[in-house]
Design a protein around this ligand. Structure first.
Ligand SMILES: CC(C)[C@@](O)(CC(=O)O)C(=O)O
Length: 164
């Protein structure tokens, strides 16, 4: 069951997610080593594959670097859930098949380290310690299709294969 890492502050920016000094590579496994470094340098020692980040509003603001998504995905993060996201980060997430889920009240519903259950089909996330279930903004079907394909390029290639 995924563990939730709570970064409660609003406006966590892409430089905190992946500092510019590490933009010397686009290899996810490399970037993963520095995920969230300038917000919580010990995050990478705790995160496990499939874990979830719960964050404050406007997550991913600042620069447009796609490396922010690559670093989180490379670190094994399955989804970020926040009241809302900076638009460029949100679209970078969709284009990379990474889940950025919008959910009001999410920060108050979780403590760091809580276990969670994410139901993408049902559109809910449950804190299995407290039993509280929240509904996130439905993910557009095309975004789910892109996520399933593994990213925008793969999605487009598949489409080409279907004569779209
Ligand atoms: C081009 C890139 C290195 C960028 O300057 C892009 C940007 O600032 O939007 C960044 O700092 O992420």
């Amino acid at each position: 069951m995924p563990t939730v890492h709570v970064f409660a502050r609003n406006h966590i920016n892409t430089d905190e997610i992946i500092p510019a000094r590490h933009l010397t590579t686009d290899i996810e496994a490399e970037l993963a080593r520095y995920a969230m470094e300038d917000y919580d340098k010990d995050f990478v020692k705790r995160v496990q594959v499939g874990d979830i980040i719960v964050a404050g509003a406007d997550f991913g603001c600042g620069s447009s670097r796609e490396h922010a998504v690559w670093a989180l995905r490379g670190a094994g993060v399955a989804a970020v859930i926040a009241p809302n996201f900076a638009r460029i980060f949100y679209r970078n997430a969709i284009n990379n098949g990474f889940l950025a889920l919008e959910c009001e009240g999410i920060v108050a519903a979780f403590q760091d380290g809580d276990p969670a259950e994410l139901d993408l089909t049902g559109g809910t996330v449950t804190n299995t310690r407290t039993g509280q279930t929240l509904r996130f903004v439905p993910v557009p079907q095309f975004a789910l299709d892109v996520q399933q394909a593994g990213g925008w390029l793969e999605y487009m290639k598949e489409g080409a294969g279907r004569g779209l």
